[in-house]
Design a protein around this ligand. Structure first.
Ligand SMILES: Nc1ncnc2c1ncn2[C@@H]1O[C@H](COP(=O)(O)OP(=O)(O)O)[C@@H](O)[C@H]1O
Ligand SMILES: N[C@@H](CCOP(=O)(O)O)C(=O)O
Length: 321
């Protein structure tokens, strides 16, 4: 459950007094999410979402994320725009922590995406990339390829603890990725965490995306690769090529991939699996037993790594490598 910070009625009333959105009617902590404390807020003015940013969030990076959400909302992409208070301030403080109120984004995420959801999600991702064009902010991908080996150096024991011999296998993957990491692909603002829990649908149609807190500037095709891993594996660990074709077709209906981007997909998908394996492994060891938040399973991504290792042209869908 992701409510690390309690907010009492007085604190909420004090915060709302700075805005023109009326007074609170309902205020409820959300169990979903792992990073920040999230609250559904209903006021006499409408429905909103209050996020209190917790320790992993670097406060100096918040303007990039919140400005991006506003930019996207203003450029035709369904994103929850942050609210400025009467003095134009977006980043507030609650219990000494940074906090922001954003619009409530209607829609629901899906736990088990169908092929149609994958197509919609792919198209939604291309919409995001297109809407973000011209966004003036910039942020490097601090979880990009260059970060993986140093991060893994701190996790070798944890890897072997998870599965004996895994550290050596991961080292081999890291060497291979470092040697073959695609360069010179088209870049732009990417979501970088485009998982089913961060994408909303209404009546089966793409309705928007949330959780831009890993967004950064990197290869656009890397975002497609993150999504292929997150949306197109079955519960039994197999890769669903039909879902993957649908996701890429949805993406390409708005933004066709170049030949270089398509050729790069296998390495990008292998790398994207590495990124989430490593951060999950890190969180796995750092989460004390009995903590309120259940860490995500690193083995799920270890299995995805194994798939990409064994069948590197899987995500080329039969196109020549
Ligand atoms: N703007 C929003 N509108 C509607 N629901 C939201 C909004 N932002 C977050 N949520 C809900 O809160 C949950 C957790 O949000 P998320 O940003 O993913 O948290 P975390 O970063 O802690 O993982 C989401 O799964 C979604 O149900
Ligand atoms: N999507 C990541 C973890 C980040 O969680 P989120 O709730 O902020 O989307 C993973 O699956 O490892």
């Amino acid at each position: 459950m992701a409510v690390y910070t309690d907010i009492n009625d007085e604190e909420l009333a004090l915060l709302l007094a700075d805005y023109d959105i009326g007074t609170a009617l309902a205020f409820k902590g959300m169990a979903e999410g792992v990073e920040n404390s999230n609250f559904l807020l209903e006021t006499t003015g409408g429905r909103y979402f209050l996020t209190v940013y917790e320790k992993r969030m670097r406060e100096e990076e918040l303007p990039f994320f919140l400005d991006l959400m506003r930019w996207l909302a203003q450029h035709g992409f369904p994103s929850a725009a942050p609210l400025a208070d009467r003095n134009g301030v977006t980043i507030k403080r609650v219990r000494g922590k940074p906090a922001a109120i954003v619009e409530f984004l209607p829609g629901l995420s899906v736990r088990r995406p169908t092929v149609d959801h994958c197509r919609e999600a792919g198209e939604g991702l291309a919409r995001l990339h297109q809407a973000a064009q011209g966004f003036p902010g910039t942020r490097a991908n601090d979880l990009g390829q260059a970060s993986w080996a140093p991060l893994f150096a701190t996790l070798r024991e944890a890897a072997d603890g998870l599965k004996p011999g895994l550290a050596a296998t991961i080292s081999g993957d890291l060497d291979r990725l470092a040697a073959a990491w695609p360069q010179g692909l088209p870049t732009g603002v990417i979501h970088a965490d485009y998982f089913p829990d961060n994408v909303f649908f209404t009546a089966g149609k793409f309705a928007g995306a949330i959780d831009f807190y890993f967004a950064c500037v990197d290869a656009l095709a890397y975002d497609v690769a993150v999504a292929l891993n997150a949306w197109c594996f079955e519960a039994d660990g197999s890769f669903n090529i039909t879902s993957a074709r649908a996701l890429v077709a949805g993406y390409e209906s708005l933004r066709p991939l170049s030949a270089a981007e398509r050729q790069a997909l296998p390495a990008l998908a292998h790398g994207a699996a590495m990124r989430f394996f490593l951060t999950r492994l890190e969180a796995w060891g750092a989460t004390p037993a009995g903590a309120l938040v259940r860490p995500k399973d690193p083995l799920e991504y270890e299995r995805k790594l194994a798939v990409h290792r064994a069948a590197p042209d899987l995500v080329l869908f039969g196109a020549p490598a």
